[in-house]
Write a protein that binds this ligand. Structure first.
Ligand SMILES: [Zn+2]
Length: 292
């Protein structure tokens, strides 16, 4: 977004909403009015602090009374740099190629400091290898069976993927259908009216490796931007309708790995959000007596 002429105090303009969203995402909070599209003192103050941080204004100068084209250009650059944080070789960036309709209406954006968790899902479908096929999936990352990492949303966007965990988490969808409990095909979720029931899929090494790399990338990227990811959850923990999500195979290959290797927490034996379900003993042998 680049404005052509300065916007002065009191203006109402869609570009001001964008500026406000960028300021919030960059960590310059607007706690009273948020991204309301009106250029008031709160936004001008945050904008002024941002300009100081970029070396574009001296701290002693009077607060800005308008937003300038040069200021919005600096905001655009800082905002674009936000998403770059970590390093992942084969990431496919689809963020600019779909309308972001999976974003939360009540809280579309968040601060980096509000990102504290990763949530793992199985798609319970076969979305496939074509990036465009993922455009309507309301989540930050999709991981294909061939191990492609497709990014759909910025980490500072809140997506509707995991019920009560949405606001704090980055979501990863792992393509395929997997048993809720390995070795028990009846725990595989079946769509209605299939001529023949599905059989559970395996988890290819290349896909598991890509999911683990993505978890690591999320941790690095949030850390570079001043936040800290401390938790990893299965979708099951935030929805009773997602009993098999993502299933024991994925949970053990990634969820337990992230706890043992990266020091993340699953919240513990009793942890749930909303009407979610605890992690069962069949997924994690520490949780003796936790039912599926
Ligand atoms: Zn899910």
């Amino acid at each position: 977004m680049a404005i052509q002429a300065p916007l002065s105090k009191g203006s109402q303009d869609p570009n001001i909403t964008v500026v406000q969203q960028q300021l919030i995402a960059l960590g310059y909070g607007l706690p009273r009015f948020g991204a309301d599209g009106v250029l008031g003192d709160e936004t001008l103050y945050a904008y002024g602090v941002f300009l100081v941080s970029q070396g574009l204004r001296a701290p002693a100068d009077e607060s800005p009374t308008s937003i300038t084209p040069a200021g919005t250009a600096a905001l655009d650059m800082a905002f674009a740099a936000l998403a770059q944080g970590g390093d992942i070789a084969n990431i496919i960036d689809e963020r600019a190629n779909h309308p972001h309709s999976g974003r939360s209406v009540s809280m579309p954006y968040r601060l980096w400091s509000q990102i504290t968790a990763v949530v793992l899902h199985q798609t319970a479908a076969k979305i496939g290898e074509k990036p465009a096929s993922w455009h309507s999936v309301p989540i930050h990352f999709g991981i294909t069976r061939a191990g492609k990492v497709i990014q759909l949303y910025d980490l500072t966007e809140v997506c509707n993927h995991a019920n009560g965990l949405n606001r704090r988490s980055v979501g990863i969808e792992i393509d395929g259908w997997y048993a809720g409990i390995e070795g028990k095909p009846k725990t595989l979720w079946q769509p209605k009216n299939l001529p023949t029931p599905r059989q559970p899929m395996d988890l290819p090494d290349v896909q598991a490796t890509a999911v683990r790399a993505t978890v690591q990338w999320i941790l690095n990227t949030v850390a570079v931007n001043g936040g800290t990811v401390t938790h990893i959850h299965p979708h099951r923990q935030s929805s009773k309708d997602r009993q098999s999500d993502p299933g024991s195979l994925i949970w053990q290959a990634v969820g337990l790995w992230a706890q043992n290797t990266l020091g993340l927490s699953d919240g513990g034996r009793e942890f749930t959000v909303g009407d979610g379900l605890v992690i069962p003993e069949a997924w994690d042998s520490r949780y003796i007596g936790n039912r599926y």
